[in-house]
Design a protein around this ligand. Structure first.
Ligand code: ADP
Length: 271
């Protein structure tokens, strides 16, 4: 199987040559793995993150393995910063072929116990971050007239409303709806829009939240992460990244990354 993987790497190595790929939240987790994978397949990568040193680590890893990458600091929730970022990227590297709107924050807690600013912050990052970035980059893609692809990170949580999930599920289901509308409008320009819905993936987000209400059968599918958090067995961010790349290649519109994750779960804020 190692031989197979090597063969697959060779087969796909150059498939994103001459492609510019922009990834937000590229400093960690799914964003980081997605940036690394596109780069391994020949793409030039713009890696942005609110945490500049994390973005730099991702870019450095790409450059050290022979790829091309640029690190930028960006808080996607700030529309002015996003405008500056979009202009800087267009100026320095050109119009992106693929934009992965990945930056996000986790959130869990009962609605009435969640401070207003905290709730609004989740919507600002998870929803408006995707909207702000789409506005800038999609406009440039449309103007260039050579198509492209936008990938927006939603979540299985979009399908799993429930206790403690008001901010996160609201933000992620809105990403889902926004992407459907964007897809309808951008299709005539040859720009695809993919909504990705990962289940429970082992990243920083899930490592700081906890999952309860899991049945024994479901438990067997899960591996414990830290004290009280679980991730689906075998679902690391590398696997999600691979599915994102495959989805872009196949121009898929909706990607439920872990459809088997029909788990009734309640996420509670860590005490
Ligand atoms: P996941 O991969 O599941 O989304 P992570 O927490 O590992 O979870 O990755 C999220 C990334 O998004 C982190 O690198 C984090 O710094 C970044 N991020 C969080 N908020 C913002 C923001 N407002 N703007 C840009 N990047 C952000």
């Amino acid at each position: 199987s190692r031989e197979l993987r090597r063969a697959e790497m060779r087969l796909h190595r150059d498939e994103f040559d001459d492609h510019l790929v922009v990834v937000s939240g590229a400093g960690s987790g799914i964003g980081r793995e997605t940036a690394l994978l596109f780069a391994a397949r020949g793409a030039e990568v713009v890696a942005s993150d609110i945490d500049l040193s994390a973005a730099k680590r991702t870019a450095k890893e790409i450059v050290e393995s022979g790829g091309t990458a640029h690190a930028y600091q960006l808080d996607v929730s700030d529309p002015a910063q996003v405008r500056v970022h979009v202009d800087a990227v267009l100026q320095a590297h050109g119009v992106p072929d693929i934009v992965v709107n990945n930056a996000g924050v986790g959130a869990a807690g009962d609605f009435l116990a969640t401070p207003e600013e905290e709730f609004n912050r989740v919507l600002s990052v998870n929803l408006l971050g995707v909207v702000n970035s789409s506005r800038g980059f999609a406009a440039a893609m449309v103007e260039r007239g050579q198509g492209g692809h936008i990938v927006n990170l939603s979540s299985m949580a979009a399908y799993s409303p429930g206790k403690g999930m008001s901010a996160y599920t609201t933000s992620k289901s809105a990403v889902f709806s926004f992407s459907d509308c964007l897809r309808a409008e951008l299709a005539e320009h040859g720009i695809g829009v993919t909504t990705v819905c990962p289940g429970i993936v082992h990243t920083n987000i899930i490592a700081t939240t906890s999952v309860s209400g899991v049945s024994p059968e479901e438990e067997r599918e899960l591996q414990q992460v830290g004290d009280r958090a679980y991730a689906l067995r075998g679902y690391g961010p590398e696997k999600v990244a691979k599915q994102i790349v495959d989805a872009v290649r196949a121009n898929r519109s909706i990607l439920p990354v872990t459809p088997e994750a029909r788990i009734q779960y309640h996420v509670n804020r860590l005490a």
